[in-house]
Ligand binder design. Structure first.
Ligand code: 4HQ
Length: 231
Protein backbone atom coordinates (compact mmCIF):
# COMPACT_ATOMS: atom_id res chain seq x y z
CA UNK A 1 0.00 0.00 0.00
CA UNK A 2 2.93 2.21 -0.94
CA UNK A 3 1.15 5.31 -2.18
CA UNK A 4 -0.46 5.83 1.22
CA UNK A 5 2.89 6.45 2.95
CA UNK A 6 3.13 9.93 1.41
CA UNK A 7 1.39 13.26 1.94
CA UNK A 8 -1.63 13.49 4.26
CA UNK A 9 -2.18 9.77 4.80
CA UNK A 10 1.58 9.32 5.27
CA UNK A 11 1.63 11.91 8.04
CA UNK A 12 -1.46 10.34 9.66
CA UNK A 13 0.29 6.96 9.69
CA UNK A 14 3.48 8.52 11.12
CA UNK A 15 1.38 10.22 13.84
CA UNK A 16 -0.33 6.95 14.76
CA UNK A 17 -3.79 8.11 13.65
CA UNK A 18 -4.00 5.34 11.06
CA UNK A 19 -2.29 2.05 10.56
CA UNK A 20 -2.39 0.07 7.37
CA UNK A 21 -1.16 -3.49 7.07
CA UNK A 22 -0.96 -5.60 3.95
CA UNK A 23 -1.26 -9.39 4.02
CA UNK A 24 -0.05 -11.38 1.03
CA UNK A 25 -2.55 -14.12 0.22
CA UNK A 26 0.26 -16.00 -1.56
CA UNK A 27 1.83 -16.63 1.86
CA UNK A 28 -1.20 -18.84 2.56
CA UNK A 29 -0.92 -20.96 -0.58
CA UNK A 30 -1.86 -24.62 -0.07
CA UNK A 31 0.36 -26.07 -2.78
CA UNK A 32 4.09 -26.42 -3.37
CA UNK A 33 4.52 -23.64 -5.93
CA UNK A 34 2.86 -20.97 -3.77
CA UNK A 35 0.10 -20.67 -6.35
CA UNK A 36 -3.28 -19.38 -5.22
CA UNK A 37 -5.07 -19.53 -8.60
CA UNK A 38 -6.70 -22.39 -10.48
CA UNK A 39 -8.97 -23.10 -13.47
CA UNK A 40 -12.70 -22.39 -13.23
CA UNK A 41 -15.20 -25.25 -13.02
CA UNK A 42 -17.42 -25.18 -16.09
CA UNK A 43 -14.61 -23.93 -18.28
CA UNK A 44 -13.98 -20.51 -19.78
CA UNK A 45 -10.96 -18.28 -20.01
CA UNK A 46 -8.94 -17.10 -17.05
CA UNK A 47 -8.02 -18.26 -13.59
CA UNK A 48 -9.69 -17.80 -10.25
CA UNK A 49 -8.31 -17.37 -6.74
CA UNK A 50 -8.92 -20.45 -4.62
CA UNK A 51 -11.07 -20.31 -1.49
CA UNK A 52 -8.65 -21.77 1.06
CA UNK A 53 -5.67 -19.34 0.79
CA UNK A 54 -8.11 -16.41 0.91
CA UNK A 55 -9.83 -17.91 3.93
CA UNK A 56 -6.56 -18.58 5.79
CA UNK A 57 -5.28 -15.07 5.00
CA UNK A 58 -8.53 -13.59 6.30
CA UNK A 59 -8.45 -15.72 9.47
CA UNK A 60 -4.90 -14.52 10.20
CA UNK A 61 -6.20 -10.95 10.02
CA UNK A 62 -9.38 -11.62 12.01
CA UNK A 63 -7.27 -13.11 14.82
CA UNK A 64 -5.61 -9.72 15.27
CA UNK A 65 -8.87 -7.77 15.37
CA UNK A 66 -10.66 -6.73 18.56
CA UNK A 67 -14.10 -7.35 17.03
CA UNK A 68 -15.25 -9.14 13.88
CA UNK A 69 -14.30 -6.60 11.20
CA UNK A 70 -16.28 -5.54 8.15
CA UNK A 71 -14.73 -7.20 5.12
CA UNK A 72 -14.96 -5.17 1.92
CA UNK A 73 -14.57 -7.03 -1.38
CA UNK A 74 -13.60 -4.76 -4.27
CA UNK A 75 -15.54 -5.75 -7.34
CA UNK A 76 -17.40 -4.14 -10.26
CA UNK A 77 -20.41 -6.11 -8.98
CA UNK A 78 -20.49 -4.09 -5.75
CA UNK A 79 -22.42 -0.97 -4.86
CA UNK A 80 -20.68 2.12 -6.24
CA UNK A 81 -18.47 3.79 -3.63
CA UNK A 82 -19.74 7.17 -2.44
CA UNK A 83 -19.02 9.84 0.15
CA UNK A 84 -21.91 8.50 2.24
CA UNK A 85 -20.28 5.06 2.27
CA UNK A 86 -16.92 6.63 3.19
CA UNK A 87 -18.62 8.25 6.20
CA UNK A 88 -20.13 4.93 7.25
CA UNK A 89 -16.80 3.09 6.98
CA UNK A 90 -14.98 5.89 8.84
CA UNK A 91 -16.98 5.00 11.97
CA UNK A 92 -15.39 1.54 12.11
CA UNK A 93 -12.32 0.90 14.28
CA UNK A 94 -10.87 -1.56 11.74
CA UNK A 95 -11.63 -2.50 8.14
CA UNK A 96 -10.49 -5.41 6.00
CA UNK A 97 -10.17 -4.93 2.22
CA UNK A 98 -10.12 -8.13 0.21
CA UNK A 99 -8.37 -7.59 -3.12
CA UNK A 100 -8.92 -10.15 -5.84
CA UNK A 101 -6.75 -10.85 -8.86
CA UNK A 102 -7.20 -12.79 -12.07
CA UNK A 103 -10.91 -13.28 -12.84
CA UNK A 104 -11.86 -13.00 -9.19
CA UNK A 105 -12.31 -15.29 -6.18
CA UNK A 106 -14.14 -18.58 -5.56
CA UNK A 107 -17.71 -17.62 -4.62
CA UNK A 108 -17.80 -19.88 -1.55
CA UNK A 109 -15.19 -17.97 0.44
CA UNK A 110 -16.81 -14.66 -0.51
CA UNK A 111 -20.11 -15.94 0.93
CA UNK A 112 -18.24 -16.94 4.07
CA UNK A 113 -16.28 -13.78 4.87
CA UNK A 114 -17.40 -10.72 2.86
CA UNK A 115 -19.75 -8.22 4.53
CA UNK A 116 -19.69 -5.42 1.87
CA UNK A 117 -19.30 -5.56 -1.93
CA UNK A 118 -17.99 -2.25 -3.24
CA UNK A 119 -17.04 -0.98 -6.72
CA UNK A 120 -15.17 2.27 -7.34
CA UNK A 121 -16.74 2.69 -10.78
CA UNK A 122 -17.77 1.02 -14.02
CA UNK A 123 -14.44 0.00 -15.51
CA UNK A 124 -12.38 -3.16 -15.23
CA UNK A 125 -9.03 -3.21 -13.39
CA UNK A 126 -6.51 -6.01 -12.99
CA UNK A 127 -6.75 -6.18 -9.20
CA UNK A 128 -8.55 -4.80 -6.19
CA UNK A 129 -5.52 -2.98 -4.67
CA UNK A 130 -6.04 0.36 -6.39
CA UNK A 131 -9.75 0.47 -5.51
CA UNK A 132 -8.82 -0.42 -1.91
CA UNK A 133 -6.33 2.45 -1.82
CA UNK A 134 -8.93 4.83 -3.24
CA UNK A 135 -11.34 3.80 -0.48
CA UNK A 136 -8.67 3.98 2.23
CA UNK A 137 -7.76 7.50 1.13
CA UNK A 138 -11.39 8.70 1.14
CA UNK A 139 -12.11 7.08 4.53
CA UNK A 140 -8.83 8.22 6.14
CA UNK A 141 -9.46 11.92 5.60
CA UNK A 142 -12.69 11.56 7.61
CA UNK A 143 -10.82 10.19 10.63
CA UNK A 144 -10.57 12.96 13.27
CA UNK A 145 -7.13 14.57 13.24
CA UNK A 146 -6.07 13.39 9.79
CA UNK A 147 -6.88 16.72 8.19
CA UNK A 148 -5.50 19.74 10.01
CA UNK A 149 -8.52 21.93 9.31
CA UNK A 150 -11.37 19.66 10.31
CA UNK A 151 -13.92 22.06 8.77
CA UNK A 152 -12.77 21.27 5.24
CA UNK A 153 -13.82 17.63 5.46
CA UNK A 154 -17.32 18.78 6.32
CA UNK A 155 -17.89 21.59 3.86
CA UNK A 156 -16.36 20.08 0.78
CA UNK A 157 -17.90 18.66 -2.34
CA UNK A 158 -20.74 16.15 -1.88
CA UNK A 159 -21.43 17.06 1.73
CA UNK A 160 -24.53 18.89 0.49
CA UNK A 161 -24.63 17.09 -2.87
CA UNK A 162 -23.20 20.23 -4.48
CA UNK A 163 -19.88 20.67 -6.29
CA UNK A 164 -17.38 23.17 -4.95
CA UNK A 165 -17.43 26.82 -5.96
CA UNK A 166 -14.42 28.22 -7.90
CA UNK A 167 -11.47 29.26 -5.74
CA UNK A 168 -8.62 31.71 -6.26
CA UNK A 169 -5.33 32.58 -4.61
CA UNK A 170 -2.65 35.21 -5.30
CA UNK A 171 -1.99 37.03 -7.54
CA UNK A 172 -5.12 39.14 -7.90
CA UNK A 173 -4.55 39.22 -11.67
CA UNK A 174 -2.94 36.32 -13.53
CA UNK A 175 -2.21 36.61 -17.27
CA UNK A 176 -4.97 39.17 -17.64
CA UNK A 177 -7.52 37.10 -15.70
CA UNK A 178 -8.87 38.78 -12.56
CA UNK A 179 -10.18 37.27 -9.35
CA UNK A 180 -13.96 37.92 -9.11
CA UNK A 181 -14.45 41.35 -7.51
CA UNK A 182 -16.80 40.12 -4.79
CA UNK A 183 -14.08 37.94 -3.23
CA UNK A 184 -11.97 41.05 -2.60
CA UNK A 185 -14.88 42.99 -1.05
CA UNK A 186 -14.50 41.63 2.47
CA UNK A 187 -18.29 41.35 2.67
CA UNK A 188 -18.61 37.86 4.08
CA UNK A 189 -22.37 37.45 3.76
CA UNK A 190 -22.25 38.40 0.07
CA UNK A 191 -19.26 36.12 -0.48
CA UNK A 192 -21.11 33.18 1.07
CA UNK A 193 -24.14 33.92 -1.11
CA UNK A 194 -21.98 34.12 -4.27
CA UNK A 195 -20.19 30.86 -3.45
CA UNK A 196 -23.44 29.01 -2.84
CA UNK A 197 -24.82 30.29 -6.16
CA UNK A 198 -21.65 29.24 -7.98
CA UNK A 199 -21.90 25.78 -6.43
CA UNK A 200 -25.49 25.41 -7.52
CA UNK A 201 -24.81 26.62 -11.08
CA UNK A 202 -21.78 24.37 -11.47
CA UNK A 203 -23.67 21.36 -10.21
CA UNK A 204 -26.57 22.12 -12.55
CA UNK A 205 -24.20 22.27 -15.52
CA UNK A 206 -21.79 19.43 -14.76
CA UNK A 207 -23.75 17.06 -12.52
CA UNK A 208 -27.52 17.57 -12.78
CA UNK A 209 -27.91 14.08 -11.28
CA UNK A 210 -26.40 15.38 -8.00
CA UNK A 211 -28.58 18.46 -7.93
CA UNK A 212 -31.69 16.31 -7.61
CA UNK A 213 -30.44 15.25 -4.16
CA UNK A 214 -29.35 18.73 -3.03
CA UNK A 215 -31.55 20.73 -0.72
CA UNK A 216 -32.22 24.08 -2.38
CA UNK A 217 -34.33 26.87 -0.94
CA UNK A 218 -37.30 28.10 -3.00
CA UNK A 219 -35.33 31.27 -3.70
CA UNK A 220 -32.37 29.24 -4.97
CA UNK A 221 -34.63 27.16 -7.20
CA UNK A 222 -35.91 30.37 -8.80
CA UNK A 223 -32.38 31.73 -9.35
CA UNK A 224 -31.43 28.43 -10.95
CA UNK A 225 -34.49 28.40 -13.22
CA UNK A 226 -33.51 31.89 -14.41
CA UNK A 227 -29.93 30.83 -15.16
CA UNK A 228 -31.08 27.69 -16.95
CA UNK A 229 -33.17 29.90 -19.27
CA UNK A 230 -29.95 31.74 -20.23
CA UNK A 231 -27.96 28.61 -21.27
N1 4HQ B 1 -11.83 -5.21 -10.22
N2 4HQ B 1 -14.00 -1.45 -8.43
C1 4HQ B 1 -10.80 -6.97 -8.79
C2 4HQ B 1 -12.33 -3.95 -10.49
C3 4HQ B 1 -12.92 -3.10 -9.42
C4 4HQ B 1 -13.65 -1.91 -9.64
C5 4HQ B 1 -11.58 -6.06 -11.37
C6 4HQ B 1 -11.66 -5.76 -8.89
C7 4HQ B 1 -10.83 -7.33 -11.11
C8 4HQ B 1 -10.35 -9.15 -9.65
N3 4HQ B 1 -12.89 -3.28 -8.11
N4 4HQ B 1 -11.10 -7.92 -9.82
N5 4HQ B 1 -13.96 -1.32 -10.77
O1 4HQ B 1 -12.34 -3.54 -11.62
O2 4HQ B 1 -13.55 -2.29 -7.51
Amino acid sequence: MDGLNTSITGRAIANGLLSIEAVNIRDFAVNKHNRVDDYTYGGGAGMLMQAEPVYLAYKSVEEQCKVKPRVIYLSPQGKTFSQNMAEEFAKEEELVFLCGHYEGIDERVLEEIVTDYVSIGDYVLTGGELPAMVMIDAVSRLVPGVLHNNVSAEFETFQDNLLEYPQYTRPEEWRGKKVPEILLSGHHANIEKWRREQSIMRTAKARPDLLEKAELTEKEKKILANYEDLW
